[in-house]
Write a protein that binds this ligand. Structure first.
Ligand code: GLN
Ligand code: ZN
Length: 761
């Protein structure tokens, strides 16, 4: 592949920026420091020192790599949104007032016996979770720049001038929830005053540029937001501090005229998710605005195609001049692991296609200098990836190409299936079941670790699993549950377990990414076509079935959840990968059925997470996502009952798609919201069976029978008795056995009450 000709036309290196660096540390030092502090084993000074050391390391390595605009205030002890609230002094009133101490900071972030923490939700469509601001009418704003100024000074002491990162006022307001229905934008005047004060203090500190993140501009703005943007930035741009208005994760789209009109000194756009926006953005900029081109993907682990990125940069330079173009990652690098040095086991060829945070920074620098050696090396790596036979599985490709409409639907409609299934399964009214996992005790984890590290033979480990399954079955029988499960003791994680069986997936040793607080995940990497060489769950499910005369439910993770919680390939559409996973699961479902499992649950908690940021793109996604589920589940006999399970979020607005899954039974998280969700199911006229969770599994609290009966009565007001299943909100893996037994007994009692008082009996 030819080296881009722009090499000679831009002898001057472009300026480079980074938008945020992963903060955990190569060895997850921050995680261990935090957890040590929380458990009382490490002092606050110790935690502060670890944090300071990490920040220094990260700044120094960015400088050494040649980044011009190095971020500060991208570091956080827990969450950058919480930090933003502390900065403007708008933390929720229920945690007290005055300067935020370390204890109060963590009280807002983490549940304790005394107090429920702030709510957590996903940061746009990433797997990072932020703490949701609580906007109440009386909230006061009290600026506290301690953290941000401290970071600016710390870096300066190392000889590094940084570009501090702020979450912009509109993104911060709109990502929060209005308490008691408060219109969040009514707080705008207070927010503007606070942000002006922050900028004034940064100016006094001689800060030149600030990165002001407004990713909300890449979404459909609610009413009033555009005006609020204009009002806010008319005030903020009065500051001598230059603002880099930063957007990411999607195109600015119809918000482009607004974004440009705000008059910030620069704009950052994501040209990985939305390369087509470069031309309109360049055309729209005013005569002095600087453009930061996010052309190295900040949230996935693949190498950049330099030829594509360079042509975008060349187009920007041709229109604006080199002095007005900055090269950057598309978003903060928070969403990728720190570096590839920690990986000794990755296949060498695959490794050549991967770039983690540090390697991405090197890409930014190489792109900015139009370095011909780097360009040539990149072209070789890109060509190698394109040519690799290991990523293509011809059998899978032809299977996909041969799919027909009937592969995506059950043979007969639910209304006809249900009678057959009732006869087959012989279940009572209000059948009781669980969501799959039973307590993953220290003992279970100990055996898994011993097996993983070779201290326990496979025979020993499997003997242990069989005994755990047998215990679990006996306990469920003694509780009186109607549909049993094997307990999922063999699974460490609902995605990793399956990924380990599937072709096309690989794992890192140290590829940790922050999920929230000190919690990190190590997502599998999907690098090639997905196929299932052998059954994944049949052995354990079949064993469990052999132990009891009651129906045994098989448990699988759905195609969208496996897709969403992995790093996905970027060389084929996500839809194709989802359908490949679905085909693998379809074989698993059929094998379970052949082994005598007549109820199979395919969990899709992440269905909603995959939604694009813009409404206009929802239908396309939902179409192929629903098809993936149906492809996985529709290959069974009419008498085989398909369940699904969803949790973590609201589903009201995607109900038609949930109905389109055509699962015979869906279990959902509803206990904490007092069955609120069911009203939507009623209004929609949801036809199939539903198991609304009757107890919250997130706490050790054991709900009484009366409480669960009351919830079921609420359900009965909106659903037909034949539609209702009785189950907890989610899996029980984080609970202890005692509380689990107690709660499930109460739950079965509640079902018995309902049966005896039900007129339909
Ligand atoms: N079957 C899984 C379990 O019970 C479901 C987990 C989930 O919904 N997150 O653990
Ligand atoms: Zn769940």
């Amino acid at each position: 592949m030819a080296v881009p000709t722009v090499t000679t036309s831009h002898p001057n290196k472009l300026k480079t920026a980074n938008l945020g660096f992963p903060r955990m540390g190569q060895q997850r030092e921050l995680k261990f420091a935090l957890e040590g502090f929380w458990s009382g084993k490490r002092s606050a000074e110790d935690l502060a020192l670890t944090a300071k050391t990490l920040r220094a390391e990260h700044w120094l390595l960015q400088r050494a790599a040649g980044i011009d605009f190095i971020p500060s205030n991208d570091f956080s002890l827990y969450d950058q949104v919480l930090d933003a609230l502390v900065l403007i002094g708008a933390t929720p009133e229920r945690f007290g007032a005055g300067p935020v101490t370390l204890d109060r900071y963590f009280a807002m972030a983490r549940n304790s016996q005394e107090q429920t923490a702030m709510e957590m939700t996903k940061w746009f469509d990433t797997n990072y979770h932020y703490l949701v601001p609580e906007w109440s009418a009386g909230i006061t704003f009290q600026v506290d720049t301690t953290k941000i100024l401290c970071e600016v000074r710390e870096a300066r002491a190392l000889g590094i001038e940084t570009r501090p990162v702020l979450i912009g006022p509109l993104t911060l307001l709109l990502l929060g929830k209005g308490v008691d229905g408060l219109d969040r934008l009514t707080l705008l005047p207070k927010a503007i005053t606070a942000y002006r004060e922050v900028l004034a203090q940064l100016n006094a500190e001689c800060v030149d540029w600030v990165q002001i993140d407004e990713p909300i501009l890449a979404t459909d703005l609610p009413d009033g937001a555009a005006d609020a943007f204009r009002t806010a930035y008319a005030a903020l741009t009065k500051s001598p501090v230059k603002l880099m208005l930063t957007t990411y994760f999607d195109a600015i789209g119809d918000n482009l005229p607004l974004a440009v009109s705000l008059g910030t000194a620069g704009i950052h756009v994501d040209t990985v998710r939305a390369p087509e926006q470069l031309t309109p953005v360049v055309a729209a900029l005013n005569a002095t605005q600087v453009l930061s081109v996010g052309c190295v993907e900040g949230r996935n682990i693949w190498l950049t195609n330099f030829s594509h990125a360079s042509s975008l940069l060349s187009a920007a330079v041709a229109a604006l001049g080199a002095h007005r173009v900055i090269v950057a990652p598309s978003s903060s690098l928070l969403h990728v692991p720190q570096n590839l040095r920690g990986e000794s086991k990755l296949p060498a060829r695959l490794r050549g296609w991967l770039r983690f945070a540090e390697e991405k920074i090197a890409e930014v620098v190489a792109l900015a200098s139009f370095d011909s050696d780097a360009g040539a090396a990149n072209a070789v790596a890109i060509a190698d990836r394109e040519a690799a036979e290991t990523t293509v599985n011809p059998a899978v490709r032809s299977q996909l190409a041969a799919l027909v409409a009937s592969d995506f639907s059950r043979a007969i409609p639910y209304a006809d299936r249900t009678a057959i299934q009732r006869a087959e399964l012989g279940l009572p009214l209000f059948p009781t079941t669980t969501i799959g996992s039973f307590p993953q005790t220290a003992n279970v984890r100990k055996h898994r670790a011993a097996h993983k590290h070779g201290h326990e033979t496979t025979e020993e480990y499997e003997a242990f699993l069989r005994s755990a399954i047998e215990d679990c079955v006996r306990q469920q029988e003694s509780i009186g549950l109607d549909v049993l499960v094997h307990g999922e003791f063999e699974r460490n994680d609902m995605v990793e377990y399956f990924a380990a069986f599937l072709d096309g997936f690989t794992f890192t040793e140290n590829g940790w990414v922050q999920s929230y607080g000190s919690r990190c995940v190590k997502p599998p990497i999907i690098y090639g076509d997905v196929a299932r060489p052998e059954p994944m769950t049949v052995k354990w499910t079949e064993y469990a079935r052999s132990l009891t005369s009651r129906p045994m439910k098989g448990m699988l993770t759905g195609p969208i959840t496996i897709l969403q919680w992995s790093f996905v390939r970027n060389d084929i559409p996500r839809q194709q990968t989802a359908w490949q996973i679905a085909l693998a699961l379809r074989d698993e479902v059929r094998d379970l059925e052949a082994a005598g499992i007549r109820i199979i649950q395919v969990d899709e908690p992440a269905l909603r997470e995959g939604l694009p940021l813009r409404r206009a793109d929802w239908d396309r996604y939902l179409g192929w996502a629903v098809d993936a589920f149906k492809l996985a589940t529709s290959g069974v006999d009419n008498a085989t009952q398909i369940h699904t399970h969803m949790c973590y979020c609201e589903f009201d607005d995607i109900l038609p798609s949930i109905a389109a899954l055509d699962a015979d039974v869906i279990s959902m998280e509803t206990a904490r919201s007092q069955m609120e969700l069911l009203e939507a199911f009623r209004a929609y006229g949801y036809p199939n069976e539903i198991g609304p969770g009757v107890y919250d599994i997130h706490s050790p609290r054991v709900p009484g029978t009366a409480e669960m009966t009351r919830l079921l009565d609420l359900a009965l007001q909106v659903l037909k008795p034949e539609q209702i299943w009785v189950n907890p909100d989610c899996g029980l893996k984080t609970r202890g056995w005692d509380e689990t037994m107690h709660a499930l007994r109460n739950m079965c009692q509640a079902a018995l009450h309902l049966r005896s008082s039900s007129q339909v009996m």
